[in-house]
Ligand binder design. Structure first.
Ligand SMILES: [Zn+2]
Ligand SMILES: [Zn+2]
Length: 241
């Protein structure tokens, strides 16, 4: 049962990172340099985790069906983050006209809560497979949690809400993450499907949420940090698995 407590504790750490991201916006009203590194490092780490760890592990369980469930996970995120709401990205929200409508902030919050819920499910799914996979998925989630909290609070401020509300929104993402861990814990039998779905969600966040943010930065420094993220994941594998 120890593994359940570890997953829960790491869910709490991830949730705290959401709130930290929100605090950064509310206090400083601008995106600090180090958050960009989290985005780039997270993108590389998540790409490697999804394709080199989560997908092969799913393949062992359900064979060629793994690709289908990965696609389901990918499209699920595409629906919640970019179909429900017409404008959302992981950066600092400066396009105030796009999010000015009060209702739109609410829709983006719902989409990101669904995403965060899956983040939590992914951590628990990982630990139900092995401690190694649990830690890898936690790493993938943790690295994008601060940018995620930052993004939602920044959307809330851009849509005219007060700081208190912006911070609460980041807290709600944290709560959704914890809920995901708790809901997944007893679902051992569903792991063969939640694992490839998590792989698809991880791939989406890396390739479709984070990489576009990396590419919007001038220069090649951020682009290079993506490779560092991949190498980071691979070295952890050498050391610990
Ligand atoms: Zn925008
Ligand atoms: Zn997330």
């Amino acid at each position: 049962m120890q593994i359940h407590w570890i997953a829960l504790a790491l869910g709490l750490v991830a949730a705290a990172a959401n709130v930290c991201g929100g605090l950064v916006v509310v206090r400083w009203r601008a995106r600090p340099e180090y958050l960009k590194y989290f985005v780039a490092l997270g993108a590389g780490f998540m790409l490697a985790a999804s394709l080199l760890e989560m997908l092969p592990e799913s393949h062992k369980r359900i064979g060629s069906q793994a690709g289908l469930w990965l696609l389901v996970g990918y499209l699920l995120m595409h629906f919640f983050e970019h179909t429900l709401s017409a404008h959302f990205h992981f950066g600092e929200e400066i396009h105030t006209t796009e999010v000015a409508h009060w209702h739109r902030g609410q829709v983006i919050l719902v989409g990101l809560m669904a995403h965060s819920f899956v983040d939590g499910m992914s951590i628990a799914t990982g630990f139900l497979v092995s401690p190694w996979l649990g830690w890898v998925i936690f790493g993938a989630v943790f690295l994008h949690k601060m940018p995620e909290g930052f993004a939602i609070s920044s959307v809330m401020l851009a849509s005219g809400r007060r700081a208190q509300y912006a911070l609460t929104a980041a807290g709600l993402l944290g709560a959704a993450t914890l809920a995901g861990v708790l809901v997944m814990m007893p679902l051992h039998a569903e792991v063969p499907y939640t694992l490839p779905i998590s792989a698809g969600v991880t791939l989406y966040v890396a390739a479709s949420d984070l990489i576009p943010e990396v590419n919007s930065e001038p220069g090649i420094r951020m682009a290079l940090v993506v490779f560092v993220g991949v190498v980071f994941m691979l070295s952890l594998k050498k050391l610990f698995s």
